[in-house]
Unconditional design. Structure first.
Length: 164
């Protein structure tokens, strides 16, 4: 293998390794959210059991109703987060493409964007990136673009520098 081919292959592997790091960080963050939701639900259940032992009457009924509403809200958030986790698990982060699609890591003039699930900002080493859904306004504009293409959203231009 000549030195150019080695450097090119090494560069691709390095990029895919970075993409794998981003993907792993997303999975870790989602896993942490899932753990937090489970802990919150357990705490609410414990609180309801303790409340049942100590009080009776209207205050008790109101407190129970409020806790039930909170449990339902947390349960919905947990289900949404479990769906996001399943989506991340299905992504094949070891594949690189020249066109932006679901699962692409994109380097733009405005920073890195990982097109997967809506998570917001994520810090990997010293790089801050946006983890967004392909259904977001920016995600919709980026889908199908390739290197040196650009997309504009709210007056901000995103120039695609690299895709993998």
């Amino acid at each position: 293998m000549n030195s150019f081919a080695y450097l090119w292959q090494s560069s691709i592997l390095s990029k895919l390794s970075f993409k794998a790091q981003v993907h792993s960080a997303c999975i870790a963050q989602i896993g942490e959210r899932i753990r937090n939701f489970h802990e919150t639900l357990a705490d609410l259940s414990d609180g309801a059991k303790n409340d049942a032992k100590s009080t009776a009457g209207d205050k008790h009924e109101t407190a129970n109703a409020m806790m039930q509403l909170e449990r339902e809200k947390i349960s919905r958030q947990l289900l949404e987060t479990l769906d996001q986790y399943a989506i991340l698990q299905r992504l094949e982060n070891h594949i690189s493409s020249t066109k932006i699609g679901f699962g692409s890591l994109i380097k733009t003039n405005r920073g890195y964007i990982y097109l997967s699930i809506p998570m917001g900002k994520l810090l990997i080493d010293t790089e801050t990136m946006m983890v967004i859904s392909p259904k977001s306004p920016l995600g919709v504009k980026l889908i199908g673009l390739s290197q040196r293409n650009s997309a504009e959203i709210n007056g901000t231009v995103y120039v695609v520098e690299e895709v993998w």
